[in-house]
Design a protein around this ligand. Structure first.
Ligand SMILES: Cc1cc2nc3c(=O)[nH]c(=O)nc-3n(C[C@H](O)[C@H](O)[C@H](O)COP(=O)(O)OP(=O)(O)OC[C@H]3O[C@@H](n4cnc5c(N)ncnc54)[C@H](O)[C@@H]3O)c2cc1C
Length: 152
């Protein structure tokens, strides 16, 4: 992609709060959790979700908003079931994927990466407007001003 400036922001280290904690951390200082978002250490009943964790999965995996949401949802589900004595648990690894529409200002690029497939589809002009529309829908649906489309 042509651009005036490219900024690469590697996730070099985790949040400083973690470094001051007694939580088990990866070499890059993110919290180690199992597939059910349970902290992988001596601590009992501690869960973590989202960017703060070390994601276990394929090399191509990236921390993404929808993965943070799934992890948070499943962590809550698993905590609730632990409290009420229900043995069912939900794990996030099956949901690892990358779905991204990268807005380029005058168009966009759709990228998809799953365990078994990968796709890059250029979306000239309309892609930019789709991404813009998504932003509005996302905000309004999070504020519960419009209904959430199932699966989105
Ligand atoms: C430039 C960029 C582009 C991205 N694009 C996409 C994309 O297109 N699609 C996608 O799915 N994901 C994208 N992501 C990733 C996505 O934003 C994150 O994966 C997601 O926001 C993680 O959510 P989270 O709740 O785990 O963490 P965050 O959203 O980072 O939330 C953590 C919150 O904790 C607060 N906080 C920090 N320290 C403290 C403290 N000491 N006390 C209290 N609060 C504190 C922070 O202010 C923040 O609000 C992008 C990320 C970046 C940086």
């Amino acid at each position: 992609m042509e651009s005036d400036l490219i900024i690469f922001t590697p996730s070099g280290t985790g949040h400083p709060v973690l470094q001051d904690s007694d939580l088990p951390l990866s070499v890059d200082n993110n919290v180690l959790v199992d597939g059910y978002c349970r902290v992988n250490g001596p601590q009992k009943n501690v869960y973590a979700a989202g960017d703060v964790t070390r994601l276990e999965g394929p090399k191509w995996i990236a921390k993404q908003g929808h993965i943070a949401e799934i992890m948070a949802k499943y962590a809550v589900y698993n905590i609730n079931n632990a409290i009420i004595g229900n043995p069912k648990r939900k794990g996030y690894p099956n949901h690892l994927n990358i779905v991204c529409v990268m807005d380029a200002g005058n168009g966009a690029i759709f990228t998809l990466r799953k365990w078994n497939k990968e796709k890059i589809i250029p979306m000239p002009t309309f892609g930019h407007w789709i991404k813009k529309a998504w932003g509005h829908y996302w905000k309004l649906s999070k504020l519960k001003k419009v209904p959430r489309i199932p699966g989105m």
